[in-house]
Design a protein around this ligand. Structure first.
Ligand code: ADP
Ligand code: ASP
Ligand code: MG
Length: 437
């Protein structure tokens, strides 16, 4: 069985939902993971923000605007009065639930419940449409099988067992519709897999059922060789190795959630990136096979902070790096890039929440310098070190850009550069010109 995930734009209007229905109703059994309709999760974040600030009338106003959007979709999506009425009841129930938060204390717990509403709405309305057009379909409630553990990591064993149970409860359906993004946490509360997490849901579902393929359907024809939001003339990459795709996703290629490749890679399930607006385009196939010796793509990750610890006395003593890393670990802050020299070590982080505490602790070991507002530029491809020349090509492309850190050798698949945020677009353009044109 295949797992197909459709993102927000792919289900962003009644017309788009009808297109998705045409795409998936092909006589093959499948699981379809849906995001919220585009714009909905952002609106729910905004509504939560009003509640946090105690501005109930602001929240209610936003809720009414969003509800009207859903009534309009419903008017266009369903043909029969019965289905329109049924959908209107669904919409009313979900929006009354949102309104009910005006009477309660508002915390992260309530916010997560609100954020889940987007996917609950899109899947319920879409499945109702499938039943109106006579498709043999069923809903698989993600809140019954998708779970994260105490460390916010997916509980893969639980997911596999509980998803199998949900499928057994409703056997012989052609199309199973389920929610992306949403899950329960270790305490049984409603939670989520972070923004953009529906891709992650799809690969977790794919791994749990040992799917033959995971398809991520979006608004572009596959993984492009550079970020199409900043660089003109980018092109889709036909084939990527799992490692290459994982690096690109982690280092900023928004088309994929940062961690969504891992479950597919571990289960060795091919992932295909496809375009809902152009279903016949080849897209990108992500598998264990890549192209040998080729630079494939470039991505950029924003919001990076660099921390340098200089200590001539201690750096080469054994145990020094361990002590440095332990500080980051104790503040649950992952490190992205590392470079070392005789006198110092530089690391980069993308989560600066605990920066002050980290810097304070690091001061025990040497002089600490912090640079904020940086960007990691990541060049991805099959680049074993024996294959001479590719580093020179990449470095040469960036000859006019001030580079704060360079990293290669952690894997054969990536060279990373840390640069100022202002230099991001010139760097991306320079790399496209030198590597792909
Ligand atoms: P969805 O809502 O379907 O999950 P996203 O907006 O999350 O879609 O991801 C698709 C978008 O990712 C594209 O519209 C494109 O602007 C952006 N994007 C960024 N980098 C890349 C890249 N390297 N290749 C393709 N798309 C990219
Ligand atoms: N709806 C969620 C978001 O907007 C999840 C997703 O679309 O992948 O972040
Ligand atoms: Mg996305």
């Amino acid at each position: 069985m295949k797992v197909l995930k459709f993102g927000g734009t792919s289900v962003g209007s009644a017309a788009r939902m009808k297109e998705v229905a045409k795409l998936i109703c092909d006589g093959n059994q499948k699981i379809v993971v849906l995001s919220a309709m585009s714009g909905t999760t952002n609106s729910l974040v905004e509504i939560s923000d009003y509640f946090y600030k105690g501005n109930t009338s602001g929240a209610l106003e936003r809720i009414n605007v969003l509800q009207q959007k859903y009534f309009d979709v419903c008017e266009e999506l369903y043909a029969s009065v019965d289905h329109k009425n049924e959908a209107n009841v669904v919409i009313k129930t979900h929006f009354d639930f949102l309104r009910s938060f005006s009477k309660s204390v508002f915390t992260l717990f309530e916010e997560k419940a609100i954020l889940a509403e987007g996917e609950l709405l899109s899947t319920t309305l879409f499945q109702l449409y499938l039943s109106e057009i006579g498709e043999n379909s069923a809903l698989l409630p993600a809140l019954e099988y998708m779970r994260i553990d105490k460390n916010a990591e997916p509980d893969t064993a639980f997911i596999a067992v509980e998803l199998a149970k949900q499928l057994e409860l409703q056997p012989d359906k052609m199309i199973y519709i389920t929610q992306g993004f949403i899950c329960r946490n270790f305490y049984g509360e409603i939670d989520n897999l972070q923004r953009g997490g529906s891709d992650y849901s799809a690969s977790l579902v794919g791994a749990a059922i040992n799917a033959s393929e995971i398809q991520i359907w979006t608004d572009i024809d596959g993984m492009h060789n550079n970020d199409p939001r900043y660089v003109e003339g980018t092109k889709p990459v036909p084939v990527l190795h799992f490692e290459e795709a994982a690096e690109l996703a982690y280092f900023g290629a928004k088309i994929l959630h940062p961690t969504c490749i891992l479950p597919a890679k571990l289960a060795n399930i091919p992932v295909r990136l496809l375009n809902t607006m152009e279903p016949t385009a080849a897209g990108t196939l992500i598998t264990t096979k890549g192209k040998n010796g080729k630079i494939e793509a470039v991505a950029a990750k924003d919001g990076i902070t660099a921390i340098k610890i200089k200590s001539g006395r201690m750096l080469l003593a054994h145990g020094f790096l361990r002590k440095v890393f332990e500080i980051f670990e104790s503040y649950q802050t992952p490190i992205d890039m590392i470079t070392t020299s005789e006198v110092g070590v530089s690391v980069s982080i993308d989560n600066a929440k605990r920066l002050d505490e980290i810097v304070n602790d690091l001061k025990k070991f040497g002089t600490v310098t912090v640079d904020k507002n940086l960007v990691i530029i990541c060049v991805v491809g099959d680049m074993p070190y024996e294959n001479v020349g590719f580093q020179a090509k990449v470095v040469n492309a960036l000859k006019d850009i001030p580079v704060r850190m360079i990293s290669y050798g952690g894997s054969n698949y990536n060279i990373s550069f840390l640069i100022n945020a202002d230099d991001k677009i010139p760097a991306l353009k320079a790399l496209s010109a030198a590597l792909f044109n």
